[in-house]
Ligand binder design. Structure first.
Ligand code: FPP
Length: 248
């Protein structure tokens, strides 16, 4: 039985989020520079997106560039931005063909103008696609996202539009970048690091975490299947007891 056949297609997580880590270490292992690691990582982005769409995942969020990543050497930051630009241009046709909608979470106003323009164009052109949302976290920080939501809600309170008492979890969710997108049920992080690194702090409250030693450029469909099978073998209790889950 292949790994793919072991995946239960009736229990696919709706939303998978991935912290793509280990491009640099993978490159060093192969005697190459870090940039080579990132461009090889693009193959895994393609492979994972296709794999998720095929399985029926509805939302795939990839942590492509964190707010903290600006502090990397300027050559690496520039190379990452160029890679992003090139990839969006090159993959737009595939996104359209596969009925995939591109979305972005994060503060894209701080991205280079060319990148922001290409992203806006790709988002517009794929806006009516229905099969899966591919969500790129770019210049993203979970804490900034929550801070921004708090500011927006505070302004509405100040204007008298809402009472402090009517601030609910739902209202907060609706003021995040991910408004309207269900929370991820599965978070995958590659390269053996076991941290959440400021990623989707609010949204990951009930997610299952899957950590793998595999570096991001080595992450294939098979690795994706392993993560989903592992997810399907866990019991999601949401604070309840096992017995309560059986009786519902
Ligand atoms: C982490 O590896 C990877 C990144 C910070 C960037 C991820 C970007 C890509 C895979 C390419 C562009 C993405 C898209 C969506 C087109 P690392 O550099 O932190 O590796 P290290 O921890 O081994 O140094």
């Amino acid at each position: 039985m292949s790994l793919k056949e072991k995946v239960d297609l009736t229990r696919i997580p709706q939303h998978v989020a991935i912290i793509m880590d280990g491009n640099g270490r993978w490159a060093r292992k192969h005697g190459k520079n870090r940039i080579f690691g990132h461009s090889s990582g693009v193959n895994s982005v393609r492979e994972t997106s296709e794999g998720c769409a095929e399985l029926g995942v509805k939302y795939l969020t990839l942590y492509a560039f964190s707010t903290e990543n600006w502090s990397r050497p300027i050559t690496e930051v520039t190379a990452l931005m160029m890679l992003l630009l090139k990839t969006i241009k090159a993959e737009l046709k595939t996104l359209l063909k596969n009925d995939i909608r591109l979305k972005v979470i994060g503060d894209i106003s701080k991205l280079p103008a060319g990148v922001a323009k290409e992203l806006a164009d790709a988002m517009k052109r794929t806006a009516n696609n229905k099969r899966m949302d591919l969500i790129l976290a770019l210049n993203y920080s979970g804490r900034s996202e929550i801070t921004r939501a708090v500011k927006e809600i505070s302004l509405r309170v100040e204007k008298g539009e809402i009472a402090p008492d009517s601030i609910t979890e739902e209202l907060i969710s609706n003021n995040l970048y991910t408004a309207g997108i269900p929370d991820p049920e599965l978070l995958i992080r590659t390269s053996g690091e076991m941290r959440v690194s400021n990623f989707m702090l609010w949204q990951l409250a009930y997610a299952e975490y899957f950590f793998t030693e595999v570096f991001w450029p080595e992450f294939t469909r098979e690795e994706l299947y392993k993560a989903i099978i592992d997810f399907q073998n866990r019991e999601r209790r949401f604070g309840k007891t096992s017995e309560q889950l059986v009786t519902k």
